[in-house]
Design a protein around this ligand. Structure first.
Ligand code: IYR
Length: 219
């Protein structure tokens, strides 16, 4: 039998909804992805709160198919950076297609991943490709990609809201992350997110977002 509870919901005055709608969209419009992090420390509890926020994400069948590994240890970050750069050197030298290289050109990315050692925290989101029941048996999980994508979005939003920056980094391939971080085989590295203050001279590519009328259709 499913068990239901009354929804806890605060009904806002319409003008307050309107004010929040614009304030939040403006707040998110100020978010930028930068590759330039300050090594300044960030309290562990802030990272914990961002993970707690991300963990409120909706997920397929409420299976919550995610593990967030937060790395603050400098030696471990250096080990991850070395492994990521090895993969990325092969990516930029051989695996990248000409079309992909052209698409990345405006971002100015290369195989050097200073953010993995500059940022005080590197958070790696692992997607559970399936669950494991009490007896060690495989339990099918649903919509794990979508679920982890939404959770990552909430994490990024939490980080931005606390005045920090993050970068959605996808080293390719990512299998080394599970090995270095000792995750079980059903946890697949999904996204690497360094978190910290921006460097004083942090820069961002000169990019524009699509306007509302290019991304919304009304019927
Ligand atoms: N994984 C590489 C390449 C890369 C791919 C995309 I799509 C980006 O938006 C940015 C980078 C890297 O991290 O450099």
């Amino acid at each position: 039998m499913p068990s239901f509870l009354p929804l806890q919901h605060e009904r806002l005055a319409p003008d307050e909804s309107a004010r929040r709608a614009t304030a939040f969209a403006d707040h998110m419009a100020r978010r930028r992805t930068t590759r330039h992090f300050s090594p300044e420390p960030v309290p562990r509890v802030w990272i914990a709160e961002a993970i707690r926020a991300a963990g409120t994400s909706p997920s397929g069948a409420h299976q919550q198919p995610w593990t967030f590994v937060a790395i603050g240890d400098a030696a471990l970050k250096a080990q991850l950076r070395a492994a990521a750069e090895e993969e990325e050197r092969a990516f930029y030298a051989h695996r990248i297609t000409p079309e992909w290289r052209a698409a990345l050109a405006p971002l100015g990315t290369d195989a050097v991943k200073t953010h993995l050692t500059d940022a005080p925290w590197v958070v790696v989101l692992f997607r559970h490709s399936h669950g494991v029941d009490a007896g060690g048996g495989k339990r099918t999980y649903y919509y794990t990609q979508e679920s982890c994508g939404i959770a990552a979005g909430l994490f990024i939003t939490a980080v931005h809201t606390m005045g920090l920056v993050t970068l959605t980094h996808t080293p390719s391939p990512m299998a080394f992350l599970g090995e270095v971080l000792g995750r079980p085989a059903h946890e697949k590295a999904f996204l690497v997110m360094p978190v910290g203050y921006p460097a004083v001279d942090a820069r961002v590519p000169d990019l524009a977002r699509k306007p509302l009328d290019a991304i919304a259709v009304w019927r």
